[in-house]
Design a protein around this ligand. Sequence first.
Ligand SMILES: Nc1nc2c(c(=O)[nH]1)N[C@H]1C(S)=C(S)[C@@H](COP(=O)(O)O)O[C@H]1N2
Ligand SMILES: [Mo]
Length: 258
Amino acid sequence: MTDSKMILPRRKFLSAAALGGGGLLLSGCDALTENAGFRSFLRTGEALNKGAHRLISDRSALAPEFSAADISPVFKANGSITGGTAEYAAHLATKFSDWQLRIDGMVRNPLNLDLAKLMAMPSREQITRHDCVEGWSAIGKWRGTPLGMLLKQADLSTKARYIVFHCADQWGPGVPYYESVDLIDAFHPQTILAWGMNDGVLPVRHGAPLRLRVERQLGYKQAKYVMRIEATDDLKKFFGGKGGYWEDAHDYDWYAGI
Ligand SMILES: Nc1nc2c(c(=O)[nH]1)N[C@H]1C(S)=C(S)[C@@H](COP(=O)(O)O)O[C@H]1N2
Ligand SMILES: [Mo]
């Protein structure tokens, strides 16, 4: 992302926003055509504020993908590397056989999906670079279920504007790791719930059984140990109200574009 983008007059900026929506439609995202909430989101000033100085038309662009030869021999594991809680440990002990991903909130058809079911669905594989704000990067191969496909199955409400990811690990009493994205990133073709890494199953230290890959954003948005996905119209309803653990605790940007 460059800072050289000029400030456009408001009317021009809004037409850029409309173009961004069009780009998503071209990338096969018909759920959004019918999503009045999404259209009105693009019309509001908040769509502009959330992206700060970046043009919204950029948002559907793909993150660079790499070749197998580029995969980092060592991919650092960061933040929680164990999943933390007793509940998580119990799932690990039974190899996640009783584990289910819950998709609920502002959806008409809440889903409970076990790992076998997720792995049997169509999946996407991508080799991408992970950039952590602490100053390291690593290239890995991820395989997982497109989030947009799951949200379509769950029949996302037209009122939904954000998708919240609830993780297993707790960072204090009542302070879970969580993250959130808007619908542009939720339906981005490279946004997947990864259950595979570098041709194997996703290791515990990297977020087993399921972690988010939202490839246009920084490392802390890549929620590991995802247990539940909740659609909402307002991030203020969750924990510290800023849309994520690092956002709440350390004032990190909610939109961490790269
Ligand atoms: N649940 C959970 N997700 C998380 C974290 C965490 O501590 N807990 N750390 C974040 C940070 S800061 C980074 S850089 C990446 C690290 O992912 P990795 O361990 O696969 O390298 O996960 C992100 N997602
Ligand atoms: Mo990070």
